[in-house]
Design a protein around this ligand. Structure first.
Ligand code: PLP
Length: 211
């Protein structure tokens, strides 16, 4: 099985269609290709972000994973889905636990799908917040990795991500240190609402200045 997250967590980077499509076509038929599209809604406006559903008939070993936990804001309901050829779904059905997605979650997911205006405004707010945060940090000489998702990967060297995590915690901000991902000098910051983004910047600035 080949597992790709597109966009990727925690980097926020993404694989372009011109790279991904030829790669998927090269995979042997005995190998399942799983593309985790948890952050798809945020990435659709990025240059050459892959649209895989129209190509699925030519890629029989592909499964796409989607979730209602991110742009749809329903993480607490634990709803997601996969898209694949009927043969792959049938194999998954044999091992799927009964009631793995509860009825309340399913009803909420269907209602959420119908509210695409919410997705548009949520994605737009994310894009604005991301630009604001990246500008504020880069203006202070902090390296920010370009992100197609709803978070930013920020380099905090010469400090460790753990140190910055601890210092921001005492100031009322929770970010994620990334040693577990092999990125000890980085933190991941979720894009928030405008006032939350401002609060993060004000606390980060004070902490950065005071060392
Ligand atoms: C959040 C996330 C998911 C989806 O998580 P669920 O809440 O379990 O649906 C899947 N893949 C990645 C990379 C994620 O960040």
């Amino acid at each position: 099985m080949i597992f790709l997250a597109n966009p990727n967590n925690p980097t926020g980077s993404y694989i372009r269609s011109r790279d991904l499509i030829p790669f998927l076509h090269q995979i042997p038929s005995s190998v399942l290709a799983v593309v985790d599209e948890a952050y798809l809604e945020y990435a659709l406006a990025e240059p050459d972000y892959p649209r895989l559903i129209p190509r699925m008939d030519d890629l029989p070993n592909l499964i796409l994973l989607r979730t209602f936990s991110k742009a749809y804001g329903l993480a607490g309901l634990r709803v997601g889905y996969g898209i694949a050829q009927p043969e792959i779904i049938a194999a998954l059905e044999r091992i799927r636990p009964p009631f793995n997605v509860n009825m309340v979650g399913q009803v909420a997911a269907v209602a959420a799908l119908a509210d695409q205006q919410f997705i548009r405004s949520s994605v737009q707010a994310n894009r604005r917040g991301k630009i604001y945060l990246a500008n504020e940090l880069e203006n202070r000489g902090v390296t920010v990795i370009p992100s197609a998702a709803n978070f930013l990967l920020i380099k905090v060297a010469p400090y460790s991500g753990k140190t910055i995590f601890q210092r921001l915690l005492t100031r009322g901000v929770i970010v994620r240190p990334l040693d577990e991902y092999g990125l000890p000098e980085y933190i991941r910051v979720s894009i928030g609402k405008p006032d939350e983004n401002c609060f993060f910047i004000s606390q980060f600035r004070k902490m950065w200045r005071n060392g």
